[in-house]
Design a protein around this ligand. Structure first.
Ligand code: AMP
Length: 283
């Protein structure tokens, strides 16, 4: 595996791949890698001649400075895992390499219809930061395919829309959430939780799964299902709900009736650690 740290290096490498007509699979990450990231990398390896993984903790997408500063890092361990996964290129630039003096002039993109709910109102500026960095990374790596996790479902839809709307010649592939045995969605942020916090965090998936079964078995309405989930989550005093929403999974508009395709999206805080998860199903 080669580790590239500058824009010039990655552009040179990508240009030589293009000359030899090699396809490129790209997996953008913020590091502190786990099996969720590995599942995206495995798929990219299978579908492309060359796989590029980036590790970059993007300051633009953090609306909270302490969340940015406390974001877990261990690039040494990440590199060992990436080597084991036979990744071809790790692109791991410094912040100054990516933003230079342009931070004050950053372009802010918005996709209004997909940014009304879920993480957009509760993390102002987050998706603008994501759209900005992902556009830059796409321009450096010129991938044929890019891989994103459905744990960040809204991000996946927004990036698909970016690519369709602005005609990036890239196929966006979404991959199901990889979970711990106890159901908790794998996340770099889980490393900031104590064993007791982890126990509480498992209530996210448990409450969504129970709500899904409940919704499928009984004819009920959205408010009842929301109350059902709330009660389970708030059975722990350690949990603060950031949002709990039941939406249409294609448009991200609020559902009025509990029928058809359903997305339940949840964000909670355990102390100052923010965790998100979602499930999608049909009633
Ligand atoms: P991150 O490093 O958290 O920015 O995530 C990088 C990519 O990995 C994003 O596309 C995430 O959606 C994806 N990802 C994170 N956690 C998981 C997971 N548990 N299962 C599948 N994909 C994930």
């Amino acid at each position: 595996m080669e580790v590239l740290q500058t824009v010039e290096e990655i552009r040179r490498y990508v240009s030589s791949l293009k000359k030899s007509q090699k396809t490129i699979g790209f997996v953008p990450t913020m590091g502190f890698l786990h099996d969720g990231h590995a599942s995206l990398i495995d798929r990219a390896k299978k579908e492309n001649d060359t796989t590029i993984v980036s590790i970059f903790v993007n300051p633009l997408q953090f609306n909270n400075l302490s969340d940015f500063e406390k974001y877990p890092k261990n690039e040494e361990v990440d590199r060992l895992l990436l080597k084991k996964l036979n990744v071809d290129i790790l692109f791991s630039p410094q912040t100054s390499e990516i933003f230079g003096s342009f931070q004050d002039n950053k372009i802010e993109m918005k996709i209004p219809s997909l940014m009304r709910n879920l993480c957009a109102p509760t993390r102002p500026g987050h998706f603008e930061g994501v759209l900005h960095i992902v556009s830059k990374l796409f321009n450096y790596t010129l991938p044929n395919r890019a891989y994103f996790g459905l744990k960040d479902y809204q991000q996946y839809l927004i990036i698909k829309e970016l690519v369709n709307n602005l005609s990036f010649p890239i196929e966006i592939i979404g991959m199901e959430t990889i979970r711990e045995k106890n159901g908790l969605a794998m996340s770099s942020r889980n490393s900031r939780l104590s064993p007791e916090d982890i126990e509480d965090a498992t209530l996210i998936y448990r409450s969504m799964s129970m709500a899904k079964d409940y919704a499928k078995k009984k004819s009920t309405n959205i408010n009842v299902v929301k109350e059902f989930i709330k009660e389970i989550l708030l059975s722990s005093k350690n949990i603060k709900i950031d949002y709990l929403e039941i939406l249409d999974p294609l448009t991200l508009e609020e559902k009025e009736e509990l029928s058809g395709n359903i997305l339940i999206g949840i964000a909670i805080f355990i102390k100052d650690v923010r965790l998100i998860d979602n499930i999608r199903f049909e009633v």
